[in-house]
Design a protein around this ligand. Sequence first.
Ligand SMILES: Cc1cc2nc3c(=O)[nH]c(=O)nc-3n(C[C@H](O)[C@H](O)[C@H](O)COP(=O)(O)OP(=O)(O)OC[C@H]3O[C@@H](n4cnc5c(N)ncnc54)[C@H](O)[C@@H]3O)c2cc1C
Length: 376
Amino acid sequence: MTKSAFLEERHLKLAERVRAFGDKRLRAALRDEADPAGRTRELVLQLAEENLLVVAVAPPWGAMDLRSVVVVRETLAYFSSLADTAFAMQGLGSYALGLVGTDVQKKRWLPAVARGEVLAAFAVTEPEAGSDLAAVRTRARPDGLVWRLRGVKTLISNAGIAGLYTVLARSADGDDHHGLSLFLVDAEAPGLVVKPLEAIAPHPLGEVRFEATPAVLLGAEGKGFGLALATLDAFRPSVGAAACGFAARAFDEALRWAQARRQFGHRLAEFQAVQMALAEMYVDLEAARLLVHRAAWLRDNGAERITREGAMAKLAATEMAQRVVDRSVQIHGGQGVMRGATVERLYREVRSLRIYEGTSEIQKLVIARDILKDTR
Ligand SMILES: Cc1cc2nc3c(=O)[nH]c(=O)nc-3n(C[C@H](O)[C@H](O)[C@H](O)COP(=O)(O)OP(=O)(O)OC[C@H]3O[C@@H](n4cnc5c(N)ncnc54)[C@H](O)[C@@H]3O)c2cc1C
């Protein structure tokens, strides 16, 4: 982890701790491919043992320190995309609960999430509502003391292994964001059907169908859209951090390869064209990392919203990581696309980051709207 004015000594120490954990426990990344769901369960327990999940889980266990979250995500992603997802989902799936849950709701779920006994999921996307979240159709209707959900969520991380789902659903008639509320769904509840989905790279992903599933309202009715956006706001810089982790690994792999591989009687690293590529990758990574750290620093220092800065961090870092990983594959030549090569794995893993938690295009819209708002 590079030193910067945005990080304190404790963040660098945390990074060292996670790196030691990664060196010891996360070297078997190939196993991730065979059974992403089973491996995620294992990783969550390992992260809990290391007392790292508390970093991702919101109050009452202390205000979430976003710089700690980004430091952990970057370092985990350096070793294993699944470990990063396992860590991040415990935070993403419980963040709104920490913000607006009742004491009873918090006590029931948060300690178990922080201890890794319950996996968390954040279910907003639907087949017809991706970038356009206000188009969510899953219906919520009151039924005695509970609500009942009917509808389908898709592309949901931790689907099938989560014990707790935070779900965005329509609790009032209409088709805009005002009628949306957040709900907590216990995975043990009747009427919850999961269909696993397979992605380009290992990820515990699935479709979740609610068939009159009992659910509990989280926060005030009609405030779900704002809460979902606040959750995404808080976590977007950390997606950028994961991207930096992938890029840092790709860079290190490129550096190693360029120093080892010989062609035309020279090491690749002696060719100026390769040196240029390495320098550009390095600067690209460092610049994006600074945007990530700045966004997190702003939030930790009391900024109420970091909408623009978080979107900039996510956009810059995920686009950067795609470029850096691609260049690393190029430096590896044919070996870079062989199954089992680290950079081949990174090439597949990095792709989703420009899509989830808001595509790159949506980040640009968010940034532009925020800039335009200021000029009105
Ligand atoms: C690995 C993975 C994990 C995920 N995990 C979760 C999860 O845990 N929970 C969850 O709820 N969701 C999750 N998602 C879903 C993810 O958030 C959505 O895929 C994402 O928001 C985009 O929605 P979409 O796929 O429907 O694409 P669409 O919204 O259909 O977009 C398709 C294309 O059109 C572009 N586009 C759309 N609208 C505009 C516009 N106004 N202007 C310009 N371009 C536009 C997009 O940028 C994109 O390029 C996950 C996705 C992936 C890939």
